[in-house]
Ligand binder design. Structure first.
Ligand SMILES: [Zn+2]
Length: 186
């Protein structure tokens, strides 16, 4: 096979059509994806326009594939920026508005300067202007109490929230997912 395109990963779904993993998001290289298609381990749900050719055949690169056999997944969600945003449905927890991933940041409810930890229970999604306005204020100040007090979600909850977004949202933003999918540290 020859292909001189760029990074063209396939999003991998489990047999129930949910992403195999959100933590990090399950992506395979185009080579792995093609191999799985050829050996009939996956079905292709969506394709890129890019075509790969071997001497005997040509094939469009898969962009979304689903495993034919279901793989059980039970894990605690990783504490990443992206998962915090997903838990909060990409909405700033102070003004309540939804923003694209690149305009979001996260805020320590109890400021770090006052001993607040970087944890599921103390970090919320915030837009940049709310984050700036909140600064080191305590959460008991009017306007600085989050919409919902944060807690650790279950993997199932995150998956359900992920499912409530339209497929193209997931599809279009997975480069952001990779960017934001780094483990947060205290
Ligand atoms: Zn805001």
């Amino acid at each position: 096979m020859t292909f001189d395109g760029d990074f063209a990963p396939a999003l991998v779904l489990n047999a129930d059509f949910r992403p195999l993993s959100y933590f990090p998001l399950s992506l395979w290289s185009w080579q792995e994806a093609i191999k799985a298609v050829v050996s009939d381990r996956v079905q292709v749900l969506s394709e890129y326009d890019t075509v790969v050719r071997s001497p005997s055949q040509s094939m469009r690169l898969p962009s979304v594939i689903a495993l034919r056999d279901y793989v059980p997944t039970v894990r605690r969600p990783a504490f990443t920026r992206f998962n915090v945003f997903l838990r909060d449905r990409f909405c700033c927890q102070y003004c309540g508005r939804r923003f694209p991933t690149q305009d979001l940041t996260f805020d320590h409810v109890m400021p770090r300067s006052r001993g607040g930890r970087t944890s599921w229970e103390n970090v919320v999604t915030a837009c940049q202007s709310c984050n700036l306005a909140k600064a080191d204020h305590l959460p008991n100040r009017p306007g600085f109490r989050p919409w919902r007090m944060p807690e650790m979600p279950t993997t199932f909850e995150l998956q359900e929230i992920g499912r409530s977004f339209p497929p193209h949202h997931l599809h279009k933003s997975w480069c952001d997912f990779l960017y934001w999918d780094t483990e947060l540290e205290d």
